[in-house]
Write a protein that binds this ligand. Structure first.
Ligand SMILES: [Zn+2]
Length: 585
């Protein structure tokens, strides 16, 4: 969830409140979350590392003059340099000096040593640097599977759950009653709900990663149950969620908004959540929501063209579903969703579904080339052009940029040349603005002061995605560098000096708001999961105890209870995968 006031209400948890207070105390006292190695915290590096030919910057927040890069195997200095001037960063309150070792190209494992400060976490310089992180981040979707057994072993023994949420029924708000086959999909986030709107942006983002970077992704095995069936694992995993999204479509073409229990379950394993999983509608005719229906239309239209070479029947099923969904949205252009009485799971409410319709029209046009979709797009696209301008960008609620970009990315004959040129130019301008912001930011992240909202790590990943899309439309090496900068931020070059991806890097966060991680017996959380990140909105009640006046980029605590700053979610997970796919060499 990005840029939305409230995503979810408080989730039940068993994390002791005293632990939160202690963590808050630690932050206030020491300015850091994890005290695993005090000397390393003031030196912030991407704990995975840097590509050999890319820029290599670290950040130091204790006054010093010089730094050395040492080879981890024998502690030999391979590079030494002077730190840049101290620059105050108002978003963190840190005084920041940059260590630039871009000229070091040699492959290896290294650490920084800063005299008078300490040594950094170990990192690598390698061209296949992000392969492992990509694998873990993409495989994390398999870990989110609902309705089936999941087992990350033998690589991660003990990370498993039994088949869950095997029974479903229609809630009275859906316009139907009785049992409903509801098996499939991905658990949305730290909870076990499934929401079509967030599934839409997550699945759409992943399919885009495939469409742009498929040649790099196709041979990467994810070690999931159907590996080796002739379809690339990436598409195999995405299909698991697509199948569920298709089941959420009613016979009339409309799509129910979500399928969840009435309230959030406790912090239990998914198979121990015995609350009834219900298909939830708007409470009155036509019961389905336009945003969910248009999102399904867009995503199924993408699937129709991408699965064609691997399973033509499945591709055709998607196309039929997309067309039917599109027709439904013509009939019902703006049926919005609010939680019916008695339902307190995530709402994903959105008062305006016209951007979802634009995205659906653009994807259907890209897949079919039929004038009816082109006409709709060309009639409406101009009103959405401002959505391309930084700092605006796509998220689960605002998908107009996806519609505009897909139209311009298409190589289909017959595209309106003026519209394509217009979108390309505006996207390039936005890209240059984001790069300017990034270069000015002492931490070299694209985030602006107002961006530390719920899921700010997803906002950072989204900036990276936007830059990579801009690079696809109007190639510019600074766009790629800017995208990598956001990845460096997520993987450790941040004020906390932590990697916000579980089990990645020497100092990853440990306590995601993620039920399986909290309920199982494993010491570490499930691997590859991106935290939501700092959130100045402090929607979680417990965190109202955080000291007032913390700079926005510091409003974060590595505590399971902090759903507003430390929850995982499939939408920002998908953005991370997109960013990592773009960083694969
Ligand atoms: Zn489940």
């Amino acid at each position: 969830m990005i840029r939305s006031p409230i995503r979810k209400r408080a989730c039940l948890t068993r994390f002791p409140f005293q632990a939160i207070l202690f963590a808050v105390f630690l932050i206030g006292l020491t300015g850091r979350v994890d005290a695993a190695d005090g000397d390393s915290v003031p030196i912030k590096v991407d704990q995975v590392g840097y590509l050999p030919d890319a820029a290599k910057l670290a950040v130091v927040t204790m006054a010093a003059k010089t730094f050395e890069v040492k080879r981890a195997s024998d502690n030999v200095t391979v590079f030494h340099g002077r730190l840049g001037p101290a620059t105050p960063d108002t978003d963190t309150g840190d005084s920041v000096q940059v260590a630039d070792f871009s000229k070091l190209h040699e492959t290896g494992n290294y650490y920084l040593e800063v005299p008078g400060v300490g040594r950094s976490w170990t990192f690598s310089i390698r061209s296949d640097l992000y392969l492992r992180t990509y694998y873990l981040a993409m495989r994390a979707f398999y870990g989110q599977r609902c309705g089936t057994t999941v087992d990350l072993g033998p690589e991660f023994p003990g990370y498993k759950h039994a088949a869950c949420h095997l029974k479903g029924e229609f809630h009275s708000s859906s316009g139907k009653q009785g049992q409903r086959d509801n098996i499939g999909g991905w658990h949305d986030a730290g909870d076990y709900g499934r929401y079509v709107v967030n599934s839409g942006i997550a699945t759409g983002t992943l399919l885009w990663a495939w469409e742009i970077y498929g040649s790099k992704l196709k041979s990467i095995k994810l070690n999931i149950p159907v590996s080796g069936n002739g379809t690339p694992d990436f598409l195999n995993e995405v299909r698991w969620n697509l199948e569920w999204m298709l089941k959420m479509q009613d016979d009339d073409g409309g799509v129910w908004h979500k399928q969840t229990s009435e309230q959030f379950p406790g912090f239990v394993m998914p198979e121990d959540d015995h609350l009834t999983s219900e298909v939830i509608g708007t409470g009155e005719a036509p019961y389905k929501s336009t945003c969910a229906t248009a999102d399904l239309a867009a995503v199924a239209a993408i699937a129709a063209r991408l699965y064609q070479p691997f399973d033509a029947k499945f591709a055709e099923r998607n196309l039929v579903a997309a067309r039917q969904a599109w027709l439904w949205t013509k009939k019902f252009p703006n049926v919005t969703f609010k939680n019916p009485q008695g339902i307190s799971t995530g709402e994903y409410g959105d008062s305006n579904c016209s951007d979802e319709r634009l995205w659906a029209a653009a994807e259907l046009w890209r897949t079919t080339g039929e004038p009816v979709y082109d006409d709709y797009f060309l009639k409406h696209y101009a009103e959405f052009r401002p959505s391309l301008e930084a700092p605006s960008r796509e998220n689960w609620k605002d998908v107009a940029a996806m519609g505009l970009w897909t139209y311009a990315l298409s190589t289909r004959q017959g595209a309106d040349a003026k519209a394509v040129a217009d979108i390309r130019e505006r996207t390039a301008v936005a890209g240059r603005t984001i790069v300017e912001h990034t270069e000015k930011n002492p931490y070299r992240v694209s985030l602006q002061t107002g961006d530390y909202v719920w899921g700010s790590n997803g906002v950072a990943a989204n900036y990276g995605m936007e830059l990579l899309v801009a690079n696809a439309l109007a190639p510019n090496p600074s766009f790629v560098e800017g995208a990598l900068d956001n990845l460096h931020y997520l993987l450790g070059r941040n004020t906390f000096s932590i990697s916000w991806v579980t089990q990645v890097g020497e100092n990853p966060y440990h306590h995601p708001h993620h039920r399986p991680s909290g309920a199982d017996k494993n010491a570490e959380p499930w691997p590859g999961l991106l935290s939501g990140g700092p959130n100045a909105g402090r929607q979680d009640v417990a965190l109202k105890k955080l000291p007032e006046g913390l700079p926005p980029a510091r409003v974060y605590v590595d505590a399971q209870e902090s759903y507003a700053s430390n929850e995982i979610a499939i939408n920002w997970q998908a953005e991370l995968v997109f960013l990592l796919a773009g960083a694969l060499r």
